[in-house]
Design a protein around this ligand. Sequence first.
Ligand SMILES: Cc1ncc(COP(=O)(O)O)c(C=O)c1O
Length: 453
Amino acid sequence: MNEKGKASTQPAVHRTWRPMPTAERGEGIYLYDTDGKRYIDGAAGSSVVVTIGHGVQSVADAMYAQMKKVSFAAPHVFSNQPLQDLGRVVASKAPGSMKDNCRAWFTCTGTDAIDDAMRVARQYFVATGQRSKTLFISRWQGFHGNNLAVTGMHGHTGRRRMYMGMNINSPHIPPAYCYRCPFEMRLPDCRLKCARALETEIKQQGEENVAGFFAEPVVGAALGAVPAPDGYFQVIREICDKYNVLLIADEVMTAWGRTGHWFGIEAWGVTPDIIATAKGMTSGYTTLAATIAREEIWAAIEKTGVPFLAGHTMDLNPVSCAGALEVIRTVERQDLVSRSRQVGAYLLEKLNELRTFDIIGDVRGKGLMCGFELVRDKATKEPFPPASRVSLRFQDEAMRRGLVLFHCTGCVEGTAGDMMLVTPPLIITQEQVDEMIAILKETTGVMQHELLG
Ligand SMILES: Cc1ncc(COP(=O)(O)O)c(C=O)c1O
């Protein structure tokens, strides 16, 4: 039964039980359903996937060409050429001192890349005789993926509570979230207390027990495009170095040009030890993810002779690697990283015009990863009651008007708070941003009337 009490007629299980249109084709920033209705893909697929736009022929050609050569080559006995080429390209784009000094492991989904980041870190510490290091610290209101192990580690309350008792409940520190500062302080007086909380947590847990710290440079689904404040990752890096804790950047959403850099963490001038990435790496043409670690980490594991103990049947897939290679080359050819920075600044400026509405509490973002927060009372920042499902209703209203957005909840203590992500493909033009903003203004007006009268 769906929410309206009718049995679903769709034969496959979808995530929500709500009836939805069937997407038939995509072209550029637009998607079309089977009734011929056109939508602007303001969510870039499902939250921040599509970079080079829909329907790009050269990606289809690259994948087809590889399929005709070989689609699957048993990864326990064969390497493949697209895999090796992609490994080189990814290393060449890696941030700071990781550039050309790292290796990538290619798996299937962002969650796998995060899970495998934990495996790399663990295996590295075992290889180097630091066996007690098993703990991973993350932040409340941070999301890192959806398998059972990762639900214990990430800090998205709504996506982890169902599984408590079934997973290992990792330690968490407060988020870097200036609009609702967990310490009720302001920059610069706070002296980045949110970053220094990591040191406290490491001391509490015992540095000999802590293996890694996970963070998204710009928090996506759990906060609605909140970048860490200036200086945050520099402090985090110093703390990780001091206690021999690996800094693991979750770049599943933020890499491949999305935030105006190849990798989001570059904005802080900091090099992590491990990066997990997915989504934009293939622009949604296929499923592929990567765990990228500094060369010395892989070298220490390799020296033991123990195989890397991750692995799924479809890892290292040649067709997916061929697709990702062509996507990255397209981002490069069209200079979409700079474009994301430029058009992203324009998008943020236009989104800021929404602040004139009473229900818009905050607008934020970096590059073409933007978002805003919906509040019942602007002065007190009071959120709408969760039962009102405001962000979902906002998403529906926008969709009715031909704009796809991604709705998020839980920025207030994990249970309340409504945010919208606005993350169009990186090829979007300023005129198309204007088209999107016009729909957003109309949608916000309708929602405000409904909610506040
Ligand atoms: C920051 C972040 N990390 C990890 C994941 C998990 O990626 P996937 O859905 O591909 O498993 C997501 C998914 O939305 C994400 O946003």
